[in-house]
Design a protein around this ligand. Structure first.
Ligand SMILES: Cc1cc2nc3c(=O)[nH]c(=O)nc-3n(C[C@H](O)[C@H](O)[C@H](O)COP(=O)(O)O)c2cc1C
Length: 188
């Protein structure tokens, strides 16, 4: 049975290096793993309990919940904005965290990775993302991490999929996530 992974990207810009990392993951996905990069995070309004009511949930938020519910695991690629998680990704996590106790991210393995310009590759943002995901009910995969520094220069001319070191590290993350989900499915 194939493992379905939903990738979310915490940057909206067309030339995003985190989006490129997500594209690299799609390309490098091991056999038996399907990775879909979710589109439409920009269309989701800021989380608001007043509209998170049956009949008024925005379509883009409902689509995100549906995509997460249909996935076996999530892979979040995020830059760091001012030392923390970009609002677009936090908003997606907030929508996935509700209904309380039954959010679409609940119990799903979630790996957080990404690239940022700073020398640590956005580890603050990644740590904040892991914290939020865990509180939202996701099962943070703490042992799988990938933070690539120097995004703007490293990937100026080279797509992450064509960067041998990055491709190797990303492949390792994907293989280990595959094994983890396979193991969980076998035990279920
Ligand atoms: C508003 C803003 C804040 C940023 N803050 C940080 C930061 O705190 N740490 C860091 O390493 N890079 C920071 N950067 C640089 C980003 O990490 C870098 O531009 C990254 O490539 C953006 O991700 P993207 O290529 O996926 O769009 C910031 C960029 C922006 C636009």
């Amino acid at each position: 049975m194939s493992v379905r992974i939903l990738a979310l990207v915490g940057s909206l810009r067309a030339g995003s290096h985190n989006r490129q990392l997500a594209e690299a993951a799609v390309k490098l996905a091991p056999e038996g793993v399907e990775i879909a990069v979710h589109e439409g995070l920009a269309e989701i309004p800021f989380y608001n309990e007043d509209i998170d009511v049956e009949g008024t949930v925005p379509a883009a938020a409902a689509q995100l919940r549906e995509a997460a519910a249909g996935a076996d695991a999530l892979l979040l690629f995020t830059p760091e904005y001012n030392g923390t998680i970009p609002a677009v990704l936090k908003n997606a996590i907030d929508w996935l965290s509700r209904p309380f106790g039954a959010g679409a991210i609940g119990g799903k393995p979630v790996v957080v990775a990404g690239t940022a310009f700073g020398q640590y590759g956005g580890v603050w943002a990644q740590d904040e993302t892991r914290k939020a995901v865990g509180i939202a009910g996701g099962k943070v995969v703490e042992e799988l991490k990938l933070a690539i520094p120097g995004s703007v220069t490293r990937f100026a001319e080279t797509h992450p999929a064509d960067d041998a070191e990055v491709a190797e590290q990303l492949t390792e993350v994907l293989n280990r996530l595959h094994a983890l989900v396979d193991g969980e499915q076998a035990a279920a």
